[in-house]
Design a protein around this ligand. Sequence first.
Ligand SMILES: C[S@@+](CC[C@H](N)C(=O)[O-])C[C@H]1O[C@@H](n2cnc3c(N)ncnc32)[C@H](O)[C@@H]1O
Length: 470
Amino acid sequence: MRKVEIIEKMEITGISSTGKAVGRKDNQVIFVNQGAPGDLIDIKIIGREKKYLIGYPIFFHRKSIDRTAPLCEHFGVCGGCKWQHLSYPAQLRFKSQQVRENLRKISKMRLPEAEPILGSVETDHYRNKLEYTFSNKKWLTQEEIQKKGLINKNALGFHIPKMFDKILDINHCHLQPNPSNEIRSALKNFANTQDLTFYDIRKQKGLLRNLIIRTTTTQETMVIVQFGEADQEKIKKVMQFLSEKFPRLSSLLYLVNLKKNETIYDQQIMTHMGKDFIIEKIGNLRFKIGPKSFFQTNPKQAYELYKKIEEFADLKGKEIVFDLYSGTGTIANFIAKSCRKVIGIESVPEAVEDARINSTLNKIYNTAFYAGDMKNMLSGSFIKIHGRPELVITDPPRMGMHQNVINALVQLNPERIIYVSCNPATQARDMELMSDHYVAIKTQPIDMFPHTQHIENIVLLNSKEYVQRS
Ligand SMILES: C[S@@+](CC[C@H](N)C(=O)[O-])C[C@H]1O[C@@H](n2cnc3c(N)ncnc32)[C@H](O)[C@@H]1O
């Protein structure tokens, strides 16, 4: 048996650039789950990596003043809101630091003083999309393990971090407004009483596989049920149950997915009831969201984000703007009124189609959207057709921009680039790659994801050539 390793009286001194509470003992770096800067604690070591140890607190000699009582019964087990034990002002402080540290260490640009972080309008029930997984391998709590007798091992919830086949059964999630919790609970109870099978990821079989719920501030709701078996009779039974129990759903969809992973981008989606899309409103604009489209997950805060982008863009009416990684065209449509035209580029064809529809829906006629992988899109012929943009807004996924995209951007040399990112580390890496040609003018952290370590950051970059000329 392995010796239990306890470290006594260690102080948590900060939050790492990846969002983990960190302390040191005899020069050894230790990341502490559920730790808070200012804690003085005894720690049990539960993991060992090359450069650091991982532990969790077993005794508090002193508790950090930044601590608060977590809201959720699943805190500590669920992989979701890992910062619930930190007060919201402390979360914002640590997030600002995280952005600053990443940009300072990696970007190689001289940085302006950051604008004060914009906290989220809502800190609970702020998410508009959740994805739950069905599993016959429920993560068992200590009480369940100790209880004698048969345990129902079916679960509908979230993956336990780093365990692909274990799912935490969720009783209540504070991330998404109702009817999210009601739908999840009702479907799970129905499936259990009807003896419908929950997915077994190792054996790749089982009827019920995944449940996606998308809500909006307009009260429209989309539900997508993913089945792992093509048993039409049982599928009908499940879908009928949902349509009768939740007759006000705007869009009730399903798919049968027999491939290995759960992603739906390459799958055919069927409509059981209502429309195959929902409508969200941001400011005065309406947006169509299909089942495969990306949409900012915190819609009220997305409005704040887009207003900031508009402010940074400072458009005068004559500019050509490129909106890279345009999703359903939200940014493009938001700023279109202030410039000559906006060209959006995005890889998911369905999102591009939605972006076009969103322009029509809002009577916006100076936008155009193109589908394709960004690294192949910014070619000379593309620029010849659409013109050279004065401003490029780029909002890539977490991994940042491909080197070819950065090369193309540098060659294109727009006067200004607004770089929106949900990952300050890759944002800083990409800034470094542009640092010979661009200078940072403004940076603005904005919190889209309360109770998590994630943070959005906007950076305004000006071309050095443009700065010298003006
Ligand atoms: C962070 S989202 C930004 C969406 C949009 N700007 C918004 O605010 O709703 C990133 C988008 O990049 C798209 N994407 C990911 N990889 C891409 C690639 N290689 N080329 C083009 N688009 C890509 C995704 O489909 C997604 O819509």
